[in-house]
Write a protein that binds this ligand. Structure first.
Ligand SMILES: [Fe+2]
Ligand SMILES: [Fe+2]
Length: 181
């Protein structure tokens, strides 16, 4: 049971990592040419708001709250990650608004560049902390019954970038991610 939940979280991190790299390439293009694929950037923000923000972090919250009970030494990292989870959806909303503005107002593009770079750095640092600290601690400290309880509480929503059911949605984003450019 532990491996099912952990595997799901790690898989979602890999997908989000790919999405963030695609965003970074659009920002490189914006810096170089003063223009980018704003539709793609908008699709990326929409995806993050509608899957990782809504379903990935809440699954982690269940794991991290249980980790805090089982491993007192994990309290600081758990507090940090839970706090970041409370803010991340608002950050994605702000980014989404800025993408919409920059699409029609070239004067807003430097602001988007700076905010999106900071957003990517934040997301990558957050995932790195989970991958190298909180999730390995959870794997070591949680009991089989903890994982069973968590599995019972996890919502069954599938990642629309990875599921067959979501094939129609985010199709451009999926094509670009799996085409590797
Ligand atoms: Fe997280
Ligand atoms: Fe995560």
């Amino acid at each position: 049971m532990a491996s099912t939940i952990l595997h799901m979280l790690e898989e979602e991190h890999r997908t989000l990592g790919r999405v963030l790299r695609l965003m970074r390439r659009q920002l490189d293009r914006l810096a170089r040419d003063g223009d980018a694929d704003f539709e793609m950037l908008g699709e990326i923000a929409h995806y993050i708001r509608n899957y990782p923000d809504l379903f990935h972090h809440p699954k982690e919250d269940l794991v991290f709250r249980r980790l805090r009970l089982r491993d007192a030494g994990a309290a600081a990292v758990v507090e940090r990650l839970l706090e970041e989870h409370r803010h991340v959806a608002g950050m994605t909303d702000d980014l989404s608004r800025l993408i919409d503005e920059a699409r029609v107002q070239p004067g807003r593009r430097p602001a988007l560049q700076a905010a999106a770079e900071a957003y990517i750095d934040f997301q990558q640092r957050h995932m790195e902390c989970e991958n190298t600290d909180a999730l390995p601690r959870a794997q070591a400290a949680l009991l089989p019954g903890d994982w069973e309880e968590i599995a019972g509480l996890v919502e069954g929503e599938e990642d629309p970038l990875m599921s067959k059911a979501g094939l129609g949605q985010y199709s451009r984003l999926r094509d670009r991610i799996f085409a590797g450019h």
